[in-house]
Design a protein around this ligand. Structure first.
Ligand code: GLN
Length: 763
């Protein structure tokens, strides 16, 4: 053993011993951190401890479950397996696992997507098991192609590694195609594609990640779509499509608790077909189990080991973990991005009985600092469920409460899961056997799990006294409903909001802005219609009172810009005649003269006198919370920025606001004092996600005021056209009374979420 390696092993060994025996703490990845400091090539030098082969498990959702269950299958097949079961998936976690290992036949190692670019070349695993790629922690990762680049680079530098991947995910298929073309992989083993062979007939969610072909920037056509971007896709332009599957799931049968399907495929020259029956529910489990079975069969495990391990799988790590507490069934699960959350909501919805659901969101470093993504979750689907009580917890409970409020759900704030049991204890409507669901993101999960573990241990001891009190939220929603009985102005057209290209410009919960506008009208009894103008659709802006455009990753932004170009003159006329418009981030950039896609200078719509440049690459980004002083708003305007482009305003063009937070740049680093966005006529362009309007109700109402004025003009025009004198007088009177329609609402929840950012960011 060389000196460095020896020193790394001894030091980390002492450290691990000390942590365990003196500090009574699990070692975690501390030994790996120290070991790698002493010997940066530690993983490479220790990989010989694995004798037969290794599988690295990568993907946005399901990594920990797949890693643990695949290791179980291998153990069931009689192998000695090394596995980082707790999900320590950076280089230090993997180094720690190897340091602890005295020698194993196989290794199953969970690895973070971005870190795999570093770990995989060092480890040279036999298999790279790629599960899926969804938007997650964009403040850490930038845009999704950055993650794809990292994975391609991992494979490039580990040519003997065989790729096993989810071919239903076009983002993974793209990686497989790019990897196959790498010179270093010219003689690598062919990749193995798995997927689901038929539609699982799931209801579709609003926001999906990849609707666009990354190869040629055309919209995909789907024979069927499962969830997110997963499904049977093809590009009508370049032919990029889901390939023939090597292993596939079919005849999928969902049960209230669990799922069964047929797994078939040809691996190692052998035809296989057998039934998989899992006690774990959720459509995403079909993919997870197919991934596990494919890897297990490929590495020589027999179907019996697979089916047995699946049957006995008992996740003790808070992933789909079940408890029985105070006579109630409790299900705890991790969800950390919109796709994962939506899948969890489906599990909750499929339970028709009375239930309490508690959501917990934190924004620590590993969670990502940006909570905008909660607006991409379809919480609306829970709104009409009977016998349901909803709770919001975690560091960002205020944001959650606002999000749920706009989904029509009153959420009660809680400090921990225990409180849920206390509050529902005497809720007769829910009854004594209502189930409890707890859904939490990364760092929010362990405290919830600890409380549940403890409660289950103490089960039988005195039950807490109930304190089920009607939440404040209840009263608020009730009062809103009262407000919404305000009589509808006779003869008025509904306010029409055009949500432009929601299928492309939907990056960081920006669709939430539309939700906020819509609800704030509805709560006031003002009729509203939202038009989703998707790719290929057209709209007559003369009939529109408010236009909303969201942010977007570079590639989608490019396609969106071509589409918007087609309506450039209409949009310009709409803006010039005072039509209100909100453009966030990528679409704010596109309203200017030019913007940049890597080195390519892309012409913008030229509606605003601004242009966007880029000092570095798409990874050189401005990311973080930001607070502005906006002239028309009495409260500071809070949001989250995440962009590579830097925008410069022409002389005399008004910014949207002045940056007043310690952190936060806004338009660009050079112009001082820092300013963000633009305000021109009734257009607001800004880099603030959040989504902007959810934490800044004044900005929402400012836009609504302008929209109501425009609607009044439309009403007037209709009346004139009809030449009915009476109607005309009525419409004119209405036009004058427009702003009075904007009754004040109780915005205390929105302002609490705003204050959370302002208090932390502004001194
Ligand atoms: N792709 C653009 C940029 O990085 C816009 C990003 C966004 O909309 N968040 O500058």
């Amino acid at each position: 053993m060389d000196i460095r390696l020896g020193a790394a092993c001894v030091t980390s060994g002492i450290l691990a011993w000390g942590l365990q025996h003196v500090a009574h703490r699990p070692g975690g990845n501390v030994p790996g951190v120290v070991g790698l400091k002493i010997e940066p090539r530690l993983i490479e030098k220790l990989r010989g401890r694995i004798h037969e082969g290794s599988v690295v498990v990568v993907g946005t959702n399901g990594k920990t479950t797949v890693t643990n269950l695949l290791a179980d299958v291998m153990e069931q097949a009689g192998r000695n397996v090394l596995c980082n079961r707790t999900g320590a998936n950076l280089d230090s976690g993997i180094a720690s696992a190897l340091l602890k290992c005295k020698g194993a036949e196989w290794a199953v190692l969970e690895c973070d997507e971005l870190w795999s670019a570093k770990v995989v070349p060092a480890l040279q695993p036999s298999y790279y098991l790629l599960l899926n790629l969804f938007r997650d922690q964009l403040d850490r990762c930038g845009e999704i192609d950055h993650i794809q680049d990292a994975i391609v680079s991992a494979l490039e530098h580990s040519p003997t590694t065989r790729l096993i991947y989810n071919a239903d995910d076009p983002l993974c298929q793209m990686i497989a195609e790019r990897a196959a073309k790498l010179p270093s992989r010219a003689s690598s083993p062919a990749s193995i594609a798995f997927g689901v062979a038929e539609s699982m007939s799931l209801a579709q969610n609003r926001v999906a990640d990849a609707t666009m072909c990354q190869a040629c920037r055309h919209m995909f056509v789907y024979d069927y779509r499962q969830y997110g971007q997963l499904g049977s896709y093809r590009c009508p332009n370049c032919g990029f499509a889901r390939p023939a599957l090597d292993v596939e799931a079919s005849d999928v049968r969902f049960r209230p608790r669990g799922v069964a399907f047929q797994l078939s495929g040809r691996l190692n020259g052998e035809e296989r077909s057998f039934e998989i029956d899992s006690p774990l529910s959720g459509s995403y489990m079909v993919y997870n189990l197919t991934a596990i079975a494919t890897a297990a069969l490929q590495t020589g495990c027999d179907p019996k080991a697979i089916t047995q391990a699946i049957k006995w799988f008992d996740p003790k790590n808070g992933r789909l973990q079940e408890y029985h507490i105070h006579g109630r069934d409790v299900l705890l699960n991790l969800a950390k991005n919109p796709t994962g959350f939506n899948q969890n909501l489906r599990i909750v919805e499929s339970d028709e009985g009375p239930k309490a659901v508690a959501f917990f969101i934190n924004t620590q470093i590993v969670d990502g600092f940006d909570v905008s993504w909660i607006w991409d979750i379809d919480f609306e689907e829970l709104a009409n469920q009977p016998h349901l009580r909803v709770f919001a917890g975690g560091g960002r409970k205020n944001d959650l409460q606002v999000r749920l409020k706009y989904a029509g759900i009153k959420a009660e704030l809680i400090d921990g899961i225990e409180e849920v049991f206390e509050r529902i204890a005497q809720d007769d409507e829910l009854g004594a056997d209502a189930r409890v669901y707890a859904i939490a993101n990364y760092t929010a999960l362990p405290p919830v799990k600890r409380q549940l573990d403890r409660m289950e241990r103490e089960e039988g001891s005195s039950q807490s006294e109930s304190m089920a009190a009607l939440s404040q939220a209840d009263e608020k929603i009730a009062s809103m409903q009262e407000e919404s009985s305000v009589s509808k102005p006779q003869g008025a057209n509904p306010v029409r909001i055009a949500h432009m290209l929601p299928d492309l410009l939907n990056l960081y919960g920006d669709g939430g802005n539309v939700r906020v506008l819509e609800e704030r009208l509805a709560w006031r009894g003002i009729p509203v219609e939202v038009e989703r103008v998707c790719y290929g659709d057209t709209i007559d802006l003369d009939d529109v009172d408010l236009v909303v455009l969201g942010g977007s990753p570079d590639k989608e932004q490019r396609l969106a810009s071509e589409e918007l170009e087609k309506m450039r003159d209409d949009l310009a006329a709409y803006v010039e005649e005072g039509g209100p418009l909100l453009a966030i981030c990528g679409s704010y950039q596109m309203l200017g003269r030019t913007w940049l896609l890597d080195d390519e200078e892309v012409p913008g719509l030229g509606i605003l006198q601004i242009e966007t440049r880029r000092p570095g690459t798409s990874t050189d980004r401005l990311i973080g919370d930001i607070v502005l002083d906006v002239p028309f708003a009495s409260h500071p305007v809070a949001g989250f920025e995440n962009h590579a482009g830097r925008t410069y305003l022409d002389e005399g063009v008004q910014p949207f606001g002045r940056v007043v937070s310690e952190a936060g740049v806004g338009n660009n680093e050079e112009t001082r004092p820092h300013a963000d966005g633009v305000i021109y006529k009734n257009v607001i362009g800004t880099y603030l996600h959040g989504p902007l309007l959810s934490k800044n109700p004044e900005v929402a109402d400012h836009l609504l005021e302008k929209a109501l004025e425009r609607r009044a003009k439309r009403d007037e025009a209709t009346a004139q056209a009809e030449a009915q004198e009476e109607a005309q007088t009525k419409a004119t009177a209405q036009a004058e009374a427009q702003t009075e329609l904007l009754l004040s609402l109780d915005d205390s929840e929105e302002l609490a979420a705003n204050q959370f950012i302002v208090a932390a960011q502004v001194r």
